[in-house]
Design a binder for this molecule. Structure first.
Ligand SMILES: Nc1ncnc2c1ncn2[C@@H]1O[C@H](COP(=O)(O)OP(=O)(O)OP(=O)(O)O)[C@@H](O)[C@H]1O
Ligand SMILES: [Mg+2]
Length: 381
């Protein structure tokens, strides 16, 4: 596996969602990349894990962005106004990892249906490399051009974290348990067994059934995976239709005296690299009233003024997911089942995809239901 080498020519925007503060850069090949910086707190071996696991994902027929190495030179950092970003750039001079930027990609959510075969391959991969970073809270799956893409594999092959005390025994890693419980595709676990059976037969035909100690056993036994993969997506058809306007509420107490509430504006950022956005919804959480609701409105014409190619239906679907989480729609799985504070925490977490929450602000109201409508009028319509 050889990675092309490019030189960064422009810092475009930080991706604040990522714990490692990756940033979008433009390079001298005119490509745009998500740069994962060597100076980030996670350290350099994490980037090596990214490269190895991305190669495995590709070998499994999963969609994953092309990788390059990115040379970062000092002048790029010189005029960066954000001190945190400037420090990171200065700590990362030299060779870094670049991930081909997928413009206009949506985040994966549990209302998106993915084929069992594709999901099984993702589960197999994550079990094999013990990836702990594909939970429903942070799926590290992007939806781009109707396909699911796997990204962000730095939290895999974690044995290198112990290398400061010398090399560790590979068998120990292979035998480490790995929990699928929080995995965003855990519902497809049974399909992994089918995949393993199918591939064992393929292995047998090739006379290659020799691997006794491999981490894939963590998921469903030994397997070698054939390359027939669809990976296309559609929305789960059984989802209840979205109510318009999207007032979704759970209220358990009468409302009279003004109560403090938190809100975020939901934004559509058609091109994250351009940082332009249109407000498309509000999310209101009032703990005292046990109230969490989303109100949404998509004006396709306004969105298309920012980017004509944007899929407005995909924006509506992403907002319908937010609405469903507020309503506690059980079909949406774990994201919609916690208490309201936990659900609000999940929905307000920074994202770097087309639909994102803005910063949290606060207010007081005696009537949270009316406040959703009022904020919708004021900030979105
Ligand atoms: N190639 C890409 N194209 C488009 N968006 C991307 C790409 N890579 C990452 N992103 C966006 O940036 C976010 C942060 O990137 P990534 O998950 O790789 O960073 P991280 O610091 O390892 O994150 P974390 O550990 O918090 O999951 C992703 O969740 C995704 O929304
Ligand atoms: Mg991530």
């Amino acid at each position: 596996m050889t990675l092309a080498r490019v030189t960064a020519t422009r810092f475009v925007a930080p991706l604040r969602e990522g714990g490692s503060l990756p940033g979008i850069i433009e390079a001298d090949d005119l490509g745009t990349y998500v740069c994962k910086f060597r100076g980030a707190g996670q350290g350099l071996p994490v980037l090596v894990a990214e490269v190895i696991v991305s190669g495995l994902a590709e070998a499994l027929g999963l969609h994953t962005p092309r990788l390059v190495t990115v040379d970062l030179t000092e002048p790029i950092a010189r005029y960066e106004a954000d001190e945190e970003v400037q420090d990171l750039l200065n700590a990362s001079l030299g060779l870094n990892l670049g991930v081909d930027f997928l413009p206009g990609s949506f985040g994966f959510d549990s209302a998106i249906d993915v084929s069992s075969d594709y999901a099984a391959r993702v589960l197999w991969l994550d079990g094999f490399v013990a990836n702990v970073d594909r939970s429903w809270r942070n799926p590290n799956l992007l939806v781009w051009h109707g396909k699911v893409w796997v990204i962000d594999h730095g939290a895999s092959l974690y044995f290198h974290h112990a290398w400061s005390r010398g090399l560790t025994d590979p068998a120990r890693f292979a035998d480490q348990p790995w929990s699928v419980d929080d995995h965003v595709l855990a519902a497809h676990l049974d399909a992994v067994a089918g995949l393993a059976d199918e591939t064992r037969r393929a292995d047998h035909r090739r006379g290659a059934c020799r691997r006794d100690r491999q981490g894939a056993g963590r998921v469903a036994g030994r397997s070698r995976l054939p390359g027939r993969v669809q990976g296309g997506v559609r929305r789960v058809p059984s989802r209840p239709p979205r109510r318009i306007p999207g007032l979704a509420a759970e209220t358990r107490r009468g409302m009279s005296a003004p109560m403090p509430y938190q809100y975020v504006v939901l934004r559509c950022v058609p091109r994250v690299d351009r940082e332009e956005f249109v407000n498309v919804g509000v999310l209101v959480y009032c703990q005292e009233a046990d109230f969490l609701a989303a109100g949404c409105r998509v004006d396709a014409e306004r969105l298309h003024a920012l980017w004509p190619e944007l899929d407005a239906d995909a924006v509506r679907a992403a907002l319908a997911f937010v609405d469903g989480v507020c309503r506690g729609d059980a079909a949406l799985g774990a994201a919609a089942t916690g208490d309201l504070g936990v659900r609000f925490g999940f929905l307000k977490a920074p994202r770097s995809t087309v639909v994102q929450p803005g910063p949290v602000h606060g207010g007081i109201t005696a009537d949270p239901v009316a406040e959703v409508e009022r904020l919708l009028d004021l900030l979105v319509r």
